[in-house]
Design a protein around this ligand. Structure first.
Ligand code: PEP
Length: 249
């Protein structure tokens, strides 16, 4: 089964009301490949503006993070139902910047499950540090993250998950993984899904690459068999994001 190409834009803690509107206007007016699913993730505070501003039919809006608690005394957190209430249908979970701030594999898995149960789709992130790569532990680290996820989600939950493989050493550093390095890990993730979940989940789950993706390097990465799109940070704030979205044409 063909997997629909997917490009996410993680704006991180960047932007203003006006700049977010301007990025979205640019997307609305651009000629986007209709065969690509696009999801943009501004800061929580700009989500309502983004939901109102998007008119392009293949662009959706995601939160960058979500609580696994339904509601209550959790100062500074945002719940799944609050996101749904303002028209947000996606969230990122387990971005390495959240994991670096203390989120464990288990907490990320709980957030992912809570999001799915509450009606959100999820871009679930995984990836190794430079130290782990240099120690030859890349696949081991990613498999451990996957195993924690698979403990909490099952069955049709997987249909709501897009996996983003983001080597930490490549995020925001300008050091992109080579096509071989990325494809190797993507293939290992798919193999893990086949062995530990099911053939259909392995065949149908989109696996994105993230880490210093630009208009220059996206085309070669997009050609790799197991790369089904990208999660883009810095370049998603720039006009070249459109070229990245259209990289699979
Ligand atoms: C990210 O934040 O998910 C990311 C991949 O960032 P960048 O593209 O800037 O490396």
């Amino acid at each position: 089964m063909a997997r629909k190409f997917f490009v996410g834009g993680n704006f991180k803690m960047n932007g203003t009301k006006e700049s977010i509107k301007s990025i979205i206007k640019n997307l609305n007016e651009a000629k986007l490949d209709p065969n690509v699913e696009v999801v943009i993730a501004p800061s929580h505070i700009f989500l309502p503006i983004a939901v109102d501003a998007v008119t392009a039919s293949n662009v959706a809006v995601a939160a960058q993070n979500v609580s696994n608690k339904p509601n209550g005394a959790h100062t500074g957190e945002v719940s799944v139902s609050q996101l749904k209430d303002i028209g947000v249908n996606w969230t990122i979970t387990g971005h390495s910047e959240r994991r670096a701030a203390g989120e464990s594999d288990e907490e990320v898995a709980l957030k992912t499950k809570a999001a799915i149960d509450g009606g959100l789709s999820v871009i679930w992130c995984c990836g190794e540090s430079l130290e782990e790569r240099e120690a030859g532990k890349t696949v081991e680290v990613v498999e451990k993250q996957l195993a924690a996820l698979a403990e909490k989600v099952s069955g049709d939950d997987w249909k709501k998950i897009v996996i983003a493989y983001e080597p930490i050493w490549a995020i925001g550093t300008g050091k992109v993984a080579t096509t071989e390095q990325a494809q190797e890990v993507h293939a290992a993730i798919r193999k893990w899904l086949r062995t530990n979940v099911s053939d259909s989940v392995a065949d149908e789950t989109r696996i994105l690459y993230g880490g210093s993706v630009t208009a220059k390097n996206c085309k070669d990465l997009a050609k790799q068999e197991d790369i089904d799109g990208f999660l883009v940070g810095g370049a998603s704030l720039k006009p070249e994001f459109v070229d990245i979205i259209n990289s699979n044409q």
